[in-house]
Every structure is written in C-alpha cells, then in structure tokens.
Design a binder for this molecule. Sequence first.
Ligand SMILES: [Zn+2]
Length: 463
Amino acid sequence: MTGYEELRLRHVRDAMAAAGELIGQLDWPAAQLAAHRGAGLRRLVQTAQTASPWHRKRLEHVDLDSLDEATLAALPTMTKDDLMANFDEIITDDRLRLDVVEDHLKRLTDDAYLFGRYHAGASSGSTGRRGVFVYDWDGWTTAYLGVVRQLLRELAAWPKAAHPPLVATVASGTATHIFYSATQTFSTPRLATRPFAVTQPVAEIVAGLGDCQPDLLFGYTSALHALSREARAGRLRIAPRLVIATSEPLLPEIRAELEQAWDVPVLNYYACSEAGAVAISCHRGSDGLHLADDLLIVEPVTSRDEPVPPGGRADKIYLTNLFNHTLPLIRYEITDEVTLLDGPCRCGSGHRLIADPQGRLDDTFDYGQIAVHPHVFRSPLSRHRSIIEYQIRQTARGATITVVCDGPADLPALEAELAAGLTGIGVPSPQVSVTPAASIERHATGKLRRFVPLADAGQAYHR
Ligand SMILES: [Zn+2]
C-alpha cells in the first residue's frame, strides 16, 4: 500500500495544479458563476440519483434537464440528523460505512488517508450534534483551496521577502478536525504553517508566537480575542500583516479589538466541516464576505423555510456542496444566521456578499486567572462516537456535563480525559462529571446552548 507521504506529495502536486483555476474563479462574473452552479447541481444530483440509495428514493422524480437554482427549492432538505441516521445509504462508496469511518477516526492521531484516497473528519457544529464527513481526493483538494485561494492570491502580490510567509494557526489540534488535517495534507515550504492548539495554555501560545513571529495569524475567533488582550497588555509582541478569524462568529466588538491590537486588516472566514470555506472577507471593497459562489449553493431561509431576500437576516441556510460527490449534501440545513447583502461588491467581484454571520460564541470558562477555551471540552467530546449531543455547565472547580448517547460510551474515561485537559491548562484538581440523558432541552430557535458559564447557571435556555 502506498505510504502517507507519497500520497500526500501527490495530493500537494494536484492542489498546485488546480490552484490557478480556483483562484481564477474568484474573478468570474455573476452570470458565469450561476451557469457553473446550475451545471454543478445537475452533476451532483445525477450522482446522488445513481450512487446514493437514500438520495435516489427522495430524488428519483427530479428531471435533470429542468433542474437549476430556480427549481432547487422543490427538492427535499436534509439535516445533520438525517445524515448521521442514513450515512451508509447516503455515501456513494459502499466501503465507507459509518462504522468503518468511525473506526478510522478513532485511531486518528495525525492526518491520514482512508482507502488511500479519502479524508474523514468529525464536528460538533453550531447545534452541538456530532457529524461525520468524508471527502474524496478532489473534494479534499477543493475544500482546502477554497479556504486558502484568496490568501494565495494575496501573498503572490506581496513584495518578495527573505523567507516565505509564515502562517501561525491557533485552532483545533486534533486530527479529526478537517482544517487541522487539511493543513497537514497540503503543507509545503511555500506556505509554512506553525500550528498551535487552542487547548494549550495561553502563555505557551504567546511564547511560541513571539518566537516564530508569524506574517499571518489565523485562528478561532475566541482564541484570537484572548491573544489580542495579551498583545494589548504587552505580553504578546508580534506584527502580523493579516489576521484571519474563523469558525466562530466575529462579533463587531471582537473585530474592533483585533483591529486595535494589531492595526491590520481582520478577515473573517466563515467555514464549516461540511464544505470548507462558505464565505471569506473581501477587505477590498466592503466589510462583507464573498460567498464561494462557484463551489456551493447557499439558500438563506426563515425557520419556516421561506426564502429570505437580500438585506434580511435568515434563521438558517440550506447548503448544497457541489464539489464533494462522495457525500452528497443537497439542501443541507445549517442553523447559522446569515444576511445576504444587496447588490454587487464594490471590488467588482461577481460573488455575492453576506454580512459577518452572527450568532453566539461558545463561552470561554474562567477559573480564576485561567481561561479555558471551549475546545478543551469540545475536542474530547467529539472523539466519542456515541455522544451525539451535549451541554456543559461550568462549576467552581470543573464542569457537569449532560450527554445524549446513541450507544455505549465510556463516560468514566471521558471524565478522566476532560479532567486531564483542564489540569494540563492549569486548573487545579478539576472535578468533571458526565451524566447521560435522553435529551437536552433546547431554546425555541432549536439551538442548544452548549456552554453555560458559572455566572449564567440557571439561564441555560435563554439567549
Ligand atoms: Zn469584494
């Protein structure tokens, strides 16, 4: 069997060959993008009809010749629950049964290929329910390039420096997270990356960033927020030329603090495990984010499925991923509040604009002087396959966690793992209890408040 490094280098070559085309698509006019989406949609639905038994049942009546974005709304929608309950019937390669993918994820310590061509990842997402995703060879390339293509174009315009630009990332440090593993797959000296895990103590990240002096700082919004305070306090001395926030809502007050801390443009990358980059800050013509209008179809809708016109804030979106045929996601529900902006961007791009997606950040828990990033909890929880939902309430010395399981789970082991994570970050003698429950009460919007800090105990369902 071909070794990891050999496969990886082939993948890097393929990505370099594909980059020019994907960067070029950033400049396509709106009409060309729309035509490209229509053709992509017909190809995707055709694959789903022929190779996905679950989709075939739902889509067999769809006439491909008349299918386009205008008629897309007649197709049924799907949720993460649908995906997880019908995974084996949705996936278009029979070998990729959910138990096989889960076994692969369980053993994952670093980026790895499955069957020599696939990549898998797990996420809890904004609703707190666990999801599993598989990308094929080209899908993985496109997901990665979708995230970095604008950056590659930006970097090409920078004056030649003595060394290639260094990107520091402060994000998930676990191989089941698609951004972390894609960064490993496609790592090259031309775009060197120095990864930090948000689960590391802040002082350690501050020291590491000071040592490596990154040209770009890329990270979870809440982690960058914590670092901006370190910068203002004089403990973190770096001079990045760009700061990129991702994975969590970039609230206006946080954006302002990041801008003040480093006095450079702050870009927002709205991304998800299901599709990579959904939208990326323009920073040339407006404060908005350009949708990946060549790779995805994004439909903003109300909670009652009515389309939301530009200017209105949608309760959720339906996302159709046009580039990953292995796991067809067609009108897949993502409960993020997205506002489509009216009119083209002043930069001249044909890609539509959205405002910074709003929502609620998972809370950072403060134990005295020690700030614990939500990922310290999220990461171990997402590795336990039978835990499909959870809520974490901070206590004075740790947390009480309610979990919904769909199978046996080693909860004492999970408790020990979470306590070890807290100890590692400096919380003294942490106490963590994990209790199973049949369900967790949700807010009226359907969203679950996953993190309840000590100060808000008793307010779990009010947002
Ligand atoms: Zn623009």
